[in-house]
Design a protein around this ligand. Structure first.
Ligand code: HEM
Length: 205
């Protein structure tokens, strides 16, 4: 519960922030949404997040490109053929969620971060469409899905509402190291520092 429930959410938040820094037009759009929706509010509350449609798309796109659990094992329940290979009964098959999320057969321009791709389409987190399974699928699907999403949505909304984010002086967002590390949840290999500036006057009271 603790490892499945905490690192997955914090890792997703970290990847989302990095992608927003790398894609300033997406950052701008997400910040505009949250600031328009919540203007005059001193703090962002959980109930506010429901109105933030674009922020939810940002998280969806983050989970497509950076699923914190990229490899999911399954046992084969009956012998079958896949691409000419015989998969024997009880063989362990590892589903590569990361590769599926970037497969050009299913995604247009898969290496680019475009939350808009999820606008007006029916792909959700429930594991019914196998091209998008960041929470898994079937009877072992993540039982903490809604809790996990809430753990990302609220802090991300707060970070975007209260702060402007910039790269440290002399550094460009173009060459952020996106190398992944091994671990329970796949995070970035190196910590990355970005500079916040408080932008909401209400937070200073
Ligand atoms: C962004 C957040 C999260 C992501 C992306 C995520 C992803 C996943 C994935 C891919 C699986 C494997 C599903 C499968 O095999 O089909 C899983 C399983 C699991 N997750 Fe999550 N998870 C998240 C948050 C959480 C939270 C917050 C909790 C609990 C507080 C949690 C508890 C679990 C547990 C207990 C399992 C094992 C379920 C089983 O094997 O039956 N997860 N999660």
């Amino acid at each position: 519960m603790f490892s499945a429930g905490s690192e997955t959410s914090s890792t997703t938040l970290d990847w989302a922030m990095v992608e927003l820094i790398r894609n300033p037009h997406v950052m701008e759009k997400a910040q505009e949404e949250v600031r328009q929706a919540l203007k005059e509010k001193k703090i962002v509350e959980e109930s506010d997040v429901q109105t933030l449609k674009y922020l939810k798309l940002v998280i969806k796109e983050t989970l497509r490109m950076h699923p914190p659990v990229p490899l999911m094992p399954r046992a084969c329940r009956q012998e079958c053929q896949v691409d000419g290979y015989t998969i024997p009964l009880k063989a362990t098959v590892v589903v590569n969620v990361w590769a599926i999320g970037r497969d050009p057969e299913y995604w247009v321009d898969p290496e680019s971060f475009q939350p808009e791709r999820f606008e007006n389409n029916s792909i959700d987190f429930l594991g019914n469409k196998f091209e998008y399974i960041p929470f898994g699928a079937g009877r072992r699907i993540c039982p903490g899905m809604n809790f996990g999403l809430a753990n990302v949505e609220l802090p991300l909304a707060q970070l975007l509402y209260h702060f402007e984010w910039k790269m440290p002086k002399g550094m460009s967002s173009k060459n952020i190291d996106m190398t992944e590390a091994n671990g329970m949840a796949v995070s970035r290999k190196d910590d990355h520092f970005i500079v916040p500036t408080v932008c909401n006057p209400f937070t200073e009271e």
